[in-house]
Design a protein around this ligand. Sequence first.
Ligand code: SF4
Ligand code: MG
Length: 323
Amino acid sequence: MKVLEVKNLSVGYKSLVGKFRVLHNVTFSVESGEIIGIVGESGSGKSTLGHSIIRLLPPNAYFEGGEILFQGKDITKIPEKEMVSIRGNGIFMIFQNPLNSLNPVKTVEYQLLEAVRVKASRDGKNFDEKEAREIILNAVKDVRLPDPEEIIKKYPHQLSGGQVQRVVIAMALILRPKILIADEPTSALDVTIQAQVVKLFKQLREEEGISILFISHDISLVYAIADRIIVMYAGRIMEDGNIEEVIKNPMHPYTQGLISSIPTISKKEGELRVIEGSPPSFLVLPTGCKFHPRCNKVMDICRNKEPELKEINNRRVRCWLYE
Ligand code: SF4
Ligand code: MG
């Protein structure tokens, strides 16, 4: 069952030097219980995509076209009041800066209890004080925060970055939304805790059928968690397919570059290769294929005409090599 459908989504930003487009005709859908890794270098539009889906874009951003359907409703158009109840209940986002998810003047305990309250009212349940405390302490233990009893008495600014991140993940564990968007959720965590978080996310999917959009620049991390991978570049989907198939046989030259730059995935030693150059600025995108200035397979047509995202064998690829 589809839980989310993003159709032809374009998002622009207004700036002092004019308007520019950060997401360009993005189309994909999310099945219930599916974990999708959204991958790209910084500046590929992947965070903007997450912020669009939860409708928390910066004030200078605007929806230019397309729709985002959640439970049959286009959330680019519903009133803010309705969106507020979807956030947390239906769609929850762990931001790259997790402090953005917490209220600075309330204790961790207060905020986690609030999450319990939201979940209880959604599910038509009632928890007494003792049960509610047990739920939050369990969530805090699940994310491996030390001294749960002590840590919940603290305010966000009294915690380290990694601790704040884990509090927000604990909040997601309590809320159990339909869709969890996680933007670089483990970037402030050490490797052991990172592995634990990946395990918790998978468990959430198993137990509750939660769909997860796991946004990351780290393909090997995405490989550990996702069923499917969407590769973004310059605000466009470049490739989309089953994770095993894409890692084994990346079709788009950009995906090939990303994969061959990972030591754990690229097989032969000494073959490590980074993609030269850097992603273009949205203010001055290249003509034709947006990846052409960095592509080692560039052809004449690539410089003049942008390829469409085409479906080939269960995969979608945007590249003239496959026309
Ligand atoms: Fe490279 Fe051309 Fe394919 Fe773009 S369209 S990725 S430039 S081969
Ligand atoms: Mg980002």
